[in-house]
Design a protein around this ligand. Structure first.
Ligand SMILES: C[S@@+](CC[C@H](N)C(=O)[O-])C[C@H]1O[C@@H](n2cnc3c(N)ncnc32)[C@H](O)[C@@H]1O
Length: 214
């Protein structure tokens, strides 16, 4: 069976769910926050008038508080920039992607209402429409229409390869991971699969990001 059909984080909101066991991942998002904010600021400044629609994709969103945390932060930054540049706040589209087995129901059922409440609180009367969609599928293929995304974010997800590297079981004593003591051919097999996957990922996003920023 294809890995995209079986891989998923533990759904729901229980004790063993990803939602309750993703603090390390949250830390990484916090550590990279200045880079993300700088990137969205550059995107905002690089266009004369951002279209009245601003489209953000979160790839490998999983299901938990991290799924929407970056989108909330990005909206906040665009909100502040719009105010300081005296520009109209655009409408937002948030596209949440993960593999089909991901627990999208928990996101829309439990997490989205909190996200909306927080947004309304922060924006007050300046609130703007924010449309959130689930996009199940592998980010190693096309997910979105050509020329449609303004900003793509992904954290702690691209180390998941599209498939088990070829021949790895031969060198890796049937381990399903590599470590510092793994034999060189096993490490090279993972590395080469990563290069191939990452190239595919970038090619797909190149089609999808609006032309101005390619
Ligand atoms: C460790 S979680 C990180 C989740 C979230 N970004 C965070 O920082 O908490 C990795 C996520 O990537 C997703 N993922 C892995 N391979 C993927 C693929 N090819 N396409 C889309 N999502 C993928 C997994 O299903 C999982 O939900």
């Amino acid at each position: 069976m294809e890995v995209v059909q079986v891989l998923r984080m533990n759904g729901g909101l229980g004790e063993t769910s990803y939602a309750n066991n993703s603090l390390v991942h949250r830390k990484v998002i916090l550590m990279t926050k200045p880079i993300t904010e700088e990137a969205i600021t550059q995107v905002y400044r690089s266009v004369d008038a951002i279209a009245n629609r601003f489209c953000i994709a979160e790839l490998g969103c999983s299901s938990g508080p991290n799924s929407l945390v970056v989108a909330a932060e990005l909206i906040n930054v665009v909100h502040q920039l719009s105010r300081s540049h005296d520009r109209q706040l655009p409408e937002f589209q948030i596209l949440l992607n993960d593999l089909p087995g991901n627990d999208f129901n928990s996101i829309f059922h439990s997490l989205l209402p909190k996200f909306r409440a927080q947004l309304n609180q922060e924006m007050g009367s300046k609130s703007t429409p924010c449309f959130v969609y689930g996009v199940p599928g592998s980010f190693y293929g096309r997910l979105f229409a050509a020329n449609s995304l303004h900003f793509v974010h992904s954290s702690y997800s691209l180390m998941w390869l599209s498939k088990v590297p070829e021949g790895v079981e031969k060198w890796n004593k049937e381990e399903i991971y590599i470590g510092s003591r793994s034999p060189a051919p096993a490490i090279n097999a993972y590395y080469s699969q990563f290069r191939q996957d990452f190239r595919t990922f970038l090619r797909c996003r190149l089609e999808e990001v609006v032309e101005q920023w390619c």
